[in-house]
Design a protein around this ligand. Structure first.
Ligand SMILES: C[S@@+](CC[C@H](N)C(=O)[O-])C[C@H]1O[C@@H](n2cnc3c(N)ncnc32)[C@H](O)[C@@H]1O
Length: 288
């Protein structure tokens, strides 16, 4: 394509190039455009995972690149975010889905004397709007966060003490982090969120990528709320190891399909909750 040399110069001065871990060079002309970057630095950090989880190596292999933080919509402040969340949370609390979820947790899921150690939500998307996709799903992010809080608060009520809650999402920017902190949810960076999971965790991963789900399943959390395997986002074929982990997970956990909720962009479409079977807990007690 013909270009004048002057135009070219201007363009070049604005362009930034980023080389992915896989050798692709990405070019952008905007300093605010989120780019995908290699994870080499994170990979090295993850090798020093304190709990010795072998999954950190898998993370590098299977989650090769992550988006950079989402630019916040113009004029957005912590106060306006809190106000929007308060409105959405109030709407969520009025839904049948919220009532049924709470009821199921108190009457069925949390009755077996489990002791949830921490709670994590993965991949809500940014709460600050969406400058990169066709559909702005930040309202869905607020709804999903409201549902996460309902589960955390129910766990706290049943267990009689506060549990740590954290959120991992590469799109979170500084405003997202401040907003989350203001409601006692700690923002955590990939891959630390996966490393903190254990068999006593509660995890919520609304519409997560297959690779994210594999990392969660590998930690076999006590309770997991997600979009059902039938509605999974296809990211390719499961490796033998993750397909085996999924089979094991299904054997060791019971599940229930949650009712649909008719909301814009369907933030809870196909939701399923899994919790560890009592006989699996008994087995563990005998073994240890
Ligand atoms: C399909 S989108 C779903 C977003 C939102 N939950 C919804 O329902 O619209 C998957 C989300 O997972 C996030 N994600 C990707 N890798 C992740 C990781 N390693 N940890 C946490 N979130 C991740 C993506 O940035 C994206 O926001």
């Amino acid at each position: 394509m013909p270009h004048t040399s002057r135009k070219k110069k201007n363009l070049h001065s604005k362009r930034r190039e980023i080389v992915d871990h896989d050798g692709w060079t990405r070019v952008t002309s905007s300093s605010s455009t989120p780019l995908r970057i290699g994870l080499n630095q994170t990979a090295n950090e993850s090798e020093q995972a304190p709990n010795g989880l072998t999954g950190s190596a898998t993370l590098v292999e299977r989650l090769p690149s992550l988006p950079l933080p989402m630019p916040a919509a113009k004029g957005l402040t912590l106060e306006t975010m809190r106000a929007q969340f308060a409105g959405i949370q109030a709407r969520w609390l009025e839904t049948d889905l919220c009532r049924k979820l709470e009821q199921m947790l108190t009457d069925k899921v949390l009755t077996s004397g489990c002791s949830i150690s921490n709670c994590a939500v993965f991949g809500t998307g940014s709460f600050c709007g969406d400058a990169v996709h066709w559909v702005d799903r930040h309202e869905s992010a607020y709804f999903q966060l409201a549902a996460f809080r309902t589960v955390v608060q129910t766990i706290e009520r049943v267990q009689g003490h506060v549990v740590r809650a954290y959120a991992q999402e590469p799109y979170y920017n500084e405003l997202d982090t401040l907003f989350l902190a203001s409601i006692d949810v700690a923002k955590i960076d990939h891959p630390r969120g996966f490393e903190l999971l254990d068999r006593n965790s509660f995890v919520y991963s609304p519409a997560a990528e297959q690779e994210v789900e594999s990392q969660i399943i590998a930690r076999a959390p006590w309770m997991w709320l997600h979009r059902s395997f039938d509605h999974s986002l296809q990211g390719g074929r499961d490796s033998d190891a993750s397909s085996e982990a999924k089979t094991q997970f299904k054997k060791s956990h019971e599940h229930a399909v949650l009712p649909e909720l008719d909301l814009k962009n369907f933030p809870f479409h196909g939701s399923v909750i899994w919790w560890r079977r009592t006989d699996d807990m008994d087995e563990r007690v005998q073994v240890s």
